[in-house]
Design a binder for this molecule. Structure first.
Ligand code: ZN
Ligand code: ZN
Length: 384
């Protein structure tokens, strides 16, 4: 077989019987010749010297090493396919620890740029300097998902707001929908700054860009902003249209991922209330690796005092994981006052998934009677 570069691969020679001594010697000589070719491309005195050294090291007796004879670009292209289809970070780590060559080629920017979302889904309990370095290398290689995940971790967990926001902005400039939506949430709340840093119009603009890309939370957020006239001129009909679109996309996503549907069989049987508007019960959407990381990160620190003496709280929607960056940043449920949300999208989703059953019965009665309770400053009403 001949590669594009013109390098010939050795023809495999499997031996059914004990080989003749002569054949064995020929193979050994062939093996030595191939190794010399790979390691010392130029001929001359250097090649002879290397050959003498290898002979002294005693390479005789080894089987032909087909892997060593593969050109680098072919190995990198295989690693690209692997990183694009990896189901967990361990898949990539497992390959890279195999040998020095795979470790070096595994850090090729081409392979890192193609790393899949699942291969970047580092768990909070496994967070380390090397995990940080891996995400940084992928982000530097232009992997937008890595830019977003590392941006969220730095902004919220490591409290490195500047570099976190700039990484998210880099992902957003590459039309990464979740990054656009997260930047919108930061603008709506003035996260990382003071109350005066809220920029509702910028939040709506970012949300609209994420909604165009089909981001479900952004569609829901934009729908509620339009219905409430929050950061944009009020338009109830248009807002309703976005909310219906969000529900439809959510349903489509669930129907397309049948394993998830089966895995949540119990939830289906017990009647998860998401999409109940359509008389259709589906499981809660799977959280993005960045959100899952934050939820696990802060849950692990709960024992040591999170939300802590500073009184900062987490978003009550369990699939979100965003923490407050200053006191009273999030809005609370105006009915019971015990849950807090980073966004209207989180509140609407959590209401359908769980809070509808937990909130005060009095207010459910008021809703049924069509008289929703008043909403105070910094509070948010229940939304369908
Ligand atoms: Zn409530
Ligand atoms: Zn949230």
């Amino acid at each position: 077989m001949r590669t594009r570069r013109g390098v010939c691969y050795p023809r495999p020679q499997w031996r059914a019987e004990e080989p003749e001594e002569e054949e064995e010697e020929e193979e050994e000589e062939e093996s030595r010749r191939r190794k010399r070719q790979r390691r010392v491309p130029a001929g001359g005195a250097a090649a002879d010297e290397a050959a003498r050294m290898m002979a002294a090291e005693g390479v005789a007796g080894e089987m032909p090493d087909f892997f060593d004879s593969l050109p680098d670009d072919l190995v990198v292209s295989i690693l690209c396919k692997l990183s694009a289809s990896a189901a967990r970070p361990a898949d990539l780590v497992g390959v890279r620890i195999t040998c020095k060559r795979l470790n070096e080629l595994g850090s090729d920017p081409l392979a890192l740029a193609m790393a899949s979302v699942k291969s970047l889904a580092v768990r909070a309990k496994n967070w380390s300097e090397s995990a940080h370095e891996f995400l940084k290398q992928c982000a530097d290689a232009g992997n937008l998902e890595a830019c977003y995940i590392l941006g969220m971790i730095r902004f919220y967990c490591l409290q490195n707001r500047g570099t976190g926001a700039s990484l998210m902005a880099r992902a957003a400039m590459g039309s990464h929908a979740a990054a656009l939506y997260s930047l919108a949430v930061i603008q709506f709340n003035g996260s990382g700054g003071s109350k005066d840093d809220k920029d509702l119009r910028a939040g709506v603009a970012l949300c609209a860009r994420a909604a165009v890309l089909g981001h479900v939370d952004a569609l829901r957020e934009l729908g509620h902003c339009l219905q409430d006239g929050y950061g944009v001129r009020r338009n109830v009909a248009e807002g309703r249209r976005f909310l219906i679109q969000a529900n439809a996309r959510e349903l489509a996503a669930v129907l397309n991922s049948s394993p998830v549907w089966k895995r949540h069989g119990d939830a289906l049987a017990s009647g998860c209330s998401l999409l109940s508007d359509f008389g259709c019960n589906v499981p809660a959407p799977e959280a993005h690796p960045a959100n899952r990381f934050m939820a696990e990160w802060f849950a692990a620190r709960g024992a040591s005092g999170w939300p802590g003496e500073d009184g900062l709280r987490l978003c009550s929607h369990s699939g979100c994981g965003r923490p407050e960056t200053r006191r009273h940043e999030f809005r609370r449920c105006s009915v019971c006052g015990v849950v807090n949300y980073c966004s209207r999208a989180c509140q609407a989703l959590h209401w359908k998934l769980a809070h509808k059953a937990e909130c005060s019965p009095m207010d459910r009665w008021l809703y049924a009677a069509g008289a929703p309770p008043e909403v105070g400053a910094g509070e948010m009403m229940m939304m369908n």
